[in-house]
Design a protein around this ligand. Structure first.
Ligand code: VGL
Ligand code: ZN
Length: 197
């Protein structure tokens, strides 16, 4: 069966938010319109404690959008965003979040970021989403949301690695595009067997 995985459609990733993705709010209505076409609808929610290690402000002297090496490898440092319980962490007000079967939060451990909906950035700690989808009988996953070149791409590639079919509906995504990350993500997704639609 088919599941729609809606990545991080939150206030902070939309224009006016702390880590705004250009045009992020343009995809709210198209995503709402897609929901009824799926057997299962899952929302992910980026959900960081204030002392999260992906926040540039928690690394004295480090600039936002620079890269540091963490215990698990390279990590981009972001402006503080999606802080647990904050207004910026809420779903976009026009997103039909009531329609979701499951909301899965990620990035709630201070020491590890989590771009992927399936595994944290140490590439090892599971979120539990794969087990949920397998128990529901979902084998064909479609991904939309924010941001194309980080959380959407990492989620879709992990889905392939975990044995799901994975398609990214690119018209219902928007990219951060940091140093060419959008094109790099497209190449990496294709190489991983993700369908770009
Ligand atoms: C994301 C950077 C940091 C995303 C989340 O949703 O793509 N990007 N946290
Ligand atoms: Zn984040």
């Amino acid at each position: 069966m088919r599941a729609l995985i809606i990545i991080d459609m939150q206030v902070d990733f939309c224009p006016g938010g702390a880590l705004a993705v250009a045009g992020g709010d343009e995809i709210v209505a198209p995503i709402n319109a897609m929901m009824d076409d799926y057997d299962a609808v899952v929302l992910t929610q980026d959900w960081h404690p204030p002392d999260h290690s992906s926040f540039a402000g928690n690394h004295p002297g480090a600039a936002p959008f620079s890269t540091v090496t963490m215990g698990y490898g390279p990590q981009v440092l972001w402006p503080a965003h999606c802080v647990i319980g904050s207004a910026g962490a809420a779903f976009h007000p026009r997103l039909d979040a009531d329609r979701a079967d499951l909301v899965i939060r990620k990035g709630f451990r201070a020491g590890i970021d989590s771009y992927s909906a399936f595994r944290e950035n140490d590439r090892d700690t599971p979120t539990g989403l794969a087990g949920y989808l397998r128990e529901r009988g979902a084998d064909d996953l479609h991904f939309v949301g924010l941001a194309h070149d980080f959380c959407v791409a990492w989620s879709a590639m992990d889905a392939r690695a975990l044995g799901f079919r994975a398609t990214v509906i690119e018209a219902a995504t928007r990219a951060i595009d940091l140093d060419g990350s959008r094109d790099a993500a497209r190449t990496a997704m294709r190489d991983a067997g993700v369908t770009l639609a």
